[in-house]
Design a protein around this ligand. Structure first.
Ligand code: KG4
Ligand code: ZN
Length: 372
């Protein structure tokens, strides 16, 4: 299809309507990794529909996401998922006010499918195209769970690709305070689960295996930096793998799967506890130094029950209000993209039809889309 990118199709009446109508309906589209998702959200807060076609079963065979397979699956599912989101919400495209799409970060081939779908729909309908950063989406997932939540607040985003502490100064104004210098916590969960033979995705499987296990069955290091709140998880990951090799050896000598000294649940609980305590201690330091009275925890790893428990105790102790998204909106979905898109649009953000996928986009990259 030959699309004229200089000829922006957005109608001025739609722009005026967006700014005055608090019930605007936004279609959100998310394809940054292995979930094809579409959702309709009203006024940034009320979910009318949320459809997620997960590819987990396909990638599980390979122990992780295979980018080429992810792109092909997105192509197969994108239009039916959008169609279903509209039908579930009982809305027509003509009733929408905008189309929000994740343009980065993520797998380039996967992102491109969502971006192309959003551009095609924007071109065909004349609806505004709203570019959303994936992490901004995770932050917005908290608005869907907590009606009273308003910026400013501190947000910890923990997922398969990120460990980021962001200052949310306003709905569409973010400053990154800390990030991981190497691996993300979800990535560490996934890697360790693979090494000990649990499968993919590792986070929920390790959480389940950890039930009833000892949280201090062996020593694992916690990495801190004196001069920043940054995270690092590669040390704990390597230490856990080395520890597992020792355990494996001991088990072989005893002729069992796991030795008598450390069971699978002990191993999983100790590993999980180290990740959770690292996240809690960095976040506590950051809260104390910045004086935010509200914390949001988002991203796939925020589904972890032990993390929720420890963070809830920590915030209570220092008098900080805590919001964590509903379980099903912790992992990737499009309702969070529609919510973020609503606020992004209100802040003056929009993209033309030359919008491209940006696999390594930083959170403040969104500022370049603000017009007028
Ligand atoms: O946010 P998300 O769906 O995708 C990314 O943006 O990365 O997060 C997926 C990650 C995976 O690494 C998965 O293992 C982890 O979140 N995860 C969990 C739990 N549920 C998902 N990690 C720990 N505990 C969980 N319950
Ligand atoms: Zn995510």
């Amino acid at each position: 299809v030959d699309i004229d990118c200089d000829n922006n199709p957005i109608d001025d009446t739609i722009i005026d309507q967006m700014k005055t109508d608090p019930h605007q309906l936004i279609l959100g589209i998310e394809t940054s990794c292995d979930e094809t998702a579409a959702s309709i959200v009203e006024g940034g807060r009320h979910i009318l529909s949320s459809v997620v076609a997960s590819q987990i079963d396909i990638h599980a065979k390979f122990g992780g996401v295979v980018p080429e397979i992810a792109s092909r699956e997105h192509v197969n599912h994108m239009l039916p998922v959008i169609d279903r989101a509209l039908r579930d919400a009982n809305k027509a495209l003509s009733e929408l006010s905008g189309i929000a799409v994740t343009y980065g970060p993520g797998l380039v081939g996967a992102l491109l499918v969502g971006v192309a779908a959003a551009k095609g729909l924007s071109h065909a309908t004349g609806l505004p195209l709203i570019p959303v950063h994936h992490l901004e989406g995770h932050i917005a997932s908290a608005y869907l769970a907590d009606e009273a939540l308003k910026p400013p607040f501190l947000c910890l985003i923990v997922s398969g690709g990120h460990a980021t502490l962001a200052e949310v100064k306003d709905y569409a104004h973010f400053e990154v305070l800390a990030r991981t210098r190497d691996d993300a916590p979800g990535e560490a969960f996934d890697k360790i689960a693979r090494v000990i033979g649990l499968g993919y995705p590792g986070g929920p499987l390790i959480e389940k295996a950890a039930e009833g296990g000892r949280r201090d069955a062996f020593f694992l290091p916690i990495t801190d930096f004196l001069d920043s709140f940054d995270f690092s998880f590669s040390g704990v990951k390597t230490a856990a793998i080395n520890q597992y090799r020792k355990i494996e050896h001991e088990a072989q000598q005893e002729g069992k799967d796991w030795p008598s000294s450390v069971g699978l649940s002990d191993f999983a609980a100790t590993f999980q506890e180290t990740i959770v305590q690292t996240l809690a201690s960095h976040t506590k330091r950051a809260l104390k130094e910045t004086n935010y009275r509200q914390l949001v925890i988002a991203g796939g790893v925020s589904a972890n029950k032990r993390l929720r428990e420890v963070m809830s105790e920590m915030t209570k102790e220092i008098g900080v209000r805590l919001t964590i998204p509903t379980l099903s909106f912790c992992t990737d979905n499009a309702a969070m993209i529609a919510s973020a898109g609503y606020y992004a649009w209100q802040s003056g953000r929009r993209a033309s039809l030359d919008l491209n996928a940006v696999p390594m986009a930083e959170l403040d990259d969104v500022n370049r889309f603000v017009v007028g």
